[in-house]
Ligand binder design. Structure first.
Ligand code: F6P
Length: 343
C-alpha cells in the first residue's frame, strides 16, 4: 500500500483535526493507504517523530479545536546567518525520514510559510500536497482558508457584546482582532458586528478622519462608536494597535475610550460547521490528489469549486484585501468608515 505522512505547521486554528481526519479516513477507507502523523509540524519530519494513524484514532476528532499532531513554527530552510547560508542539515534529515519510512507523499497543512517550505521540499524531489489553513484567510491561490469562519464567529460575538456596554457608558470602544498583514478578519467581523469604523492594513487611515466620523456620530445623537481594528494597522511599536487608536481618539475628541485586544481566543475552540465542512473537503480531496499523483500542489477553493494550484505559485505570496473589494464599497455606501474619508 501507499504510505503517506500528514503534518500541521504554523499557528493553529479550528478545523485542523477535521482536515487530518478528512485526509486520513479517505486515504485508509477509499484507497487502502497507510497514514503516518508527524508531530509538531516540520520538526516531526526532521526528527523522525511520528505515529501511525489508524481509522479509530481519526474518529471523534472532527469537532475538536487545535491539532492532535501539535504544531510549531519550525522553518527547515531558514537561513543560518541572515541572508547568507542555509543550513543543509535539516532538509537532509527530512529526506532521510521520508526515504526510511518509504513515504509516497507528505500532506502539509498550514499557511503561507508552510506552503513556502512545502514548495522547497517539492523542489528537492519530495512528493508533497498542501492544504491551506489560517484564521487570517490570506493564503494566495485560494478563495478561502479553513479557520477563518470560526475566527469571524468569535470576533463577531465580541463586537456584538461591546455595543451594549458602549451604549450604556457612551464610550468609543476599540476592538483589535488578529491579522498582521491582511484585514479579512477585521473586515468580516466589523461588518457582521455592525462596526462604525473598520481599520485594516490594506487601507491607510488618518486619525483625524477617524475622529471626524466619531464626532459626526455624536452630532447625530449617536453617542457611542465601535471601532474594529486589525492588529497589523500602522501603529508605534511597543503598544497595541487598539491602545494607539484609543489614545489618539481620546486626545482629539476628549470622548472616553476603552480598548479590547481579543488575542488567542480567536484561534481556539471548536470549528464552525462551515469550517468543519471546508476542512473535510480539503482533506478528502488531498487524499484523492495523492491517489492521482498530483504532487507539488496545494488544494484550493476557486469560485466554490475544489481545485489545485502549483505550490510554486503560492509560496511567499499573500492574498490581501483589495481596497475596492465589493464589501468595502458597499460598507462605505452605508456610512461605515475606513478611516480615510475626510482627508
Ligand atoms: O494564525 C495567524 C496569526 O493569528 C496572526 O494573525 C498572528 O499575528 C499570529 O498568528 C500570531 O501567532 P503566534 O503568536 O502563534 O506566532
Amino acid at each position: 500500500p501507499k504510505k503517506i505522512g500528514i503534518l500541521t505547521a504554523g499557528g493553529d486554528c479550528p478545523g485542523l483535526n477535521a482536515a487530518i481526519r478528512g485526509v486520513g479516513k479517505t486515504a485508509i477507507v477509499e484507497y487502502g493507504m497507510e497514514v503516518y502523523g508527524f508531530n509538531a509540524g516540520y520538526l516531526g519530519l526532521i526528527e523522525n517523530d511520528y505515529i501511525k494513524l489508524s481509522e479509530s484514532q481519526l474518529s471523534g476528532i472532527l469537532t475538536e479545536g487545535g491539532t492532535i499532531l501539535g504544531t510549531s513554527r519550525e522553518k527547515p530552510y531558514k537561513m543560518v546567518k541572515k541572508g547568507k547560508t542555509k543550513n543543509p542539515e535539516k532538509p537532509k534529515k527530512i529526506k532521510k525520514t521520508y526515504e526510511k519510512l518509504g513515504l509516497d507523499c507528505v500532506v502539509c497543512i498550514g499557511g503561507n510559510g508552510t506552503m513556502k517550505t512545502a514548495n522547497m521540499l517539492a523542489q528537492e524531489g519530495i512528493n508533497v500536497i498542501g492544504i491551506p489553513k489560517t484564521i487570517d484567510n490570506d493564503v494566495w491561490g485560494t478563495d478561502v482558508t479553513f479557520g477563518f469562519d470560526s475566527a469571524v464567529q468569535v470576533a463577531t460575538e465580541a463586537v456584538d457584546r461591546l455595543h451594549t456596554t458602549a451604549n450604556s457608558h457612551q464610550r468609543v470602544m476599540i476592538i483589535e482582532v488578529m491579522g498582521h498583514h491582511a484585514g479579512w478578519l477585521a473586515l468580516y467581523s466589523g461588518l457582521a458586528g455592525g462596526g462604525d469604523i473598520i481599520l485594516i492594513p490594506e487601507v491607510p487611515y488618518n486619525i483625524r478622519s477617524v475622529c471626524k466620523k466619531i464626532e459626526k456620530r455624536y452630532e447625530n445623537k449617536k453617542p457611542y462608536s465601535i471601532v474594529v481594528v486589525a492588529e497589523g494597522i500602522d501603529h508605534p511599536k511597543g503598544k497595541s494597535a487598539a491602545a494607539h487608536i484609543g489614545e489618539a481618539i481620546h486626545t482629539y475628541t476628549e470622548i472616553e475610550t476603552r480598548e479590547t485586544v481579543l488575542g488567542y481566543v480567536q484561534r481556539g475552540g471548536s470549528p464552525t460547521p462551515m469550517d468543519r465542512i471546508l476542512a473535510t473537503q480539503y482533506g478528502s480531496y488531498a487524499a484523492q490528489c495523492i491517489a492521482d499523483g498530483c504532487f507539488g500542489t496545494m488544494v484550493a477553493m476557486n469560485k466554490n469549486e475544489l481545485t489545485t494550484i502549483p505550490l510554486s505559485e503560492v509560496g511567499g505570496n499573500l492574498r490581501l484585501v483589495d481596497e475596492e473589494h465589493p464589501l468595502i464599497v458597499k460598507a462605505r455606501r452605508m456610512g461605515v468608515s475606513f478611516g480615510d474619508e475626510y482627508l
